[in-house]
Design a protein around this ligand. Sequence first.
Ligand SMILES: [Zn+2]
Length: 173
Amino acid sequence: MAVKKVVTYGHPVLRKVSSDITDFSNIDSLIQDLFDTMYEFDGIGLASNQIGIDKRIFVVDISHMEESDEESNKPLVFINGRVDNTVGSDVDSEGCLSLPEIRINVERYESIRYKYLDRDLNKHSTNFSGLLARIIQHENDHLDGKLITDYATPADLLKHGKALELMRAENTK
Ligand SMILES: [Zn+2]
């Protein structure tokens, strides 16, 4: 069990395309680190490269949120996931533990089918909608080296440019 440092905007690992996990021998401690770190910083989702490990895994927990239903009312682990099918679109504001204080409107699919392995390495192909679909797309973006700033409008960049520049400088010195 360990709370890890969350890397911030400008760190090169956030731009790496994460690789599938093929060696599952240390998966339990990685999952525990992801949950410990996510809870420590009050996140609702955390991808592995946000703690510096470019492997295709992320965790989600919205059990304390209003939108949570029985199905999503537990901590979730997604390993080697891929978006398989998409329906509709929806715009909402998103934050990110790697971009503290910044919120950006992001257009996402309204619902998706996601293929992944759970923490027991059982295969799933599951439909998600609403907040869970949004978080999964956000975390899956991390695994593909994408960030919410990639969806920023010129107005967003004007508003957040200074903060982004400071983070980038911090990560390149
Ligand atoms: Zn994020």
